[in-house]
Design a protein around this ligand. Structure first.
Ligand code: MF3
Ligand code: CO
Ligand code: CO
Length: 256
């Protein structure tokens, strides 16, 4: 299916779903500490979504994914499966990726958490990755092109001596989890689809401390860096407005 442009009514539903996804990340923050298992974080988020928010956790049973959130620790790039055996320890960095469905619409967002005392090289990777997302968001408006987004991220990542994961990308989003277009996190300016008011999509750059190559684990989901070095990811769901962008999954701590 081609790119859909959302009406004002649809955008309002995307706003609600986006805010709810952001609220899961705000809720879970105090629980992301050394000693907790990623399965416990999944349970807390699941119960909050289902019982408090009355949202549907989109990952659960999505193409066979077995849990309600993704938990990607250290060298795991994305799609980590929560597990009782994976206990967070001091110095870990972890991405929690939340996607909720409310009233038929999806909100998709992720952020990095630092567990205890994280070494400065890891904190820097986390921060540069977040900044790469913010720099991309800043240029979103009608008339900008997808290649401009990819270029801004790649340029910033590589000027900081990090690499950009190629195999996984942002995506259109609405009444389905993953819609057109694909939003690559690398590219050339003035290329690719031209953005229009009413488009909704995610930007979710994955930056690696080492090389960009990935490895899919035998569980069929967990994506790791091939060289075993650290990776970080941040994600927002956005809407293109008449003159710029609205961040549908903004958290209270963020000022857009
Ligand atoms: N939330 C992820 C994304 O940003 C997709 C996760 S698919 C899952 O697109 F099945 F692993 F949950
Ligand atoms: Co996404
Ligand atoms: Co996501």
């Amino acid at each position: 299916m081609a790119v859909t442009l959302k009406t004002a009514d649809e955008l309002q539903k995307m706003r609600v779903a986006g805010r709810l996804a952001a609220e899961v990340l705000e809720m879970i923050e105090p629980y992301v500490v050394a000693g907790v298992s990623t399965a416990e974080l999944d349970r807390i988020c699941h119960d909050y979504m289902v019982n408090e928010q009355k949202t549907i956790p989109a990952p659960l049973n999505y193409r066979g994914f077995p849990k309600s959130i993704c938990t990607s620790v250290n060298h795991v790039i994305c799609h980590g499966i929560p597990s009782e055996k994976k206990i967070l320890k001091n110095g870990d960095i972890v991405n929690l990726d939340i996607t909720v469905i409310k009233d038929g619409y999806f909100g998709d967002t992720s952020k990095m958490f630092c567990v205890g005392d994280v070494p400065s090289h890891a904190r820097r990777l986390v921060q540069v990755t977040q900044e790469s997302l913010y720099k991309a968001i800043e240029i979103v408006k009608p008339g900008a092109r997808l290649g401009d987004i990819g270029h801004v991220i790649q340029q910033y990542a590589e000027s900081n001596y990090y690499s950009v994961v190629r195999e996984y990308c942002g995506h259109g989003i609405g009444t389905e989890f993953h819609q057109e277009p694909q939003v690559l996190h690398f590219g050339r300016p003035d290329t690719g689809m031209v953005l229009k008011e009413g488009m909704t999509f995610t930007i979710e750059p994955m930056l690696n401390a080492g090389k960009h190559h990935t490895k899919l684990k035998s569980d069929g989901w967990t994506v790791e860096t091939r060289d075993g070095r650290l990776s970080a990811q941040w994600e927002h769901t956005l809407a293109v407005t008449a003159d710029g962008v609205e961040v549908l999954t903004a958290r209270t701590e963020e000022a857009f």
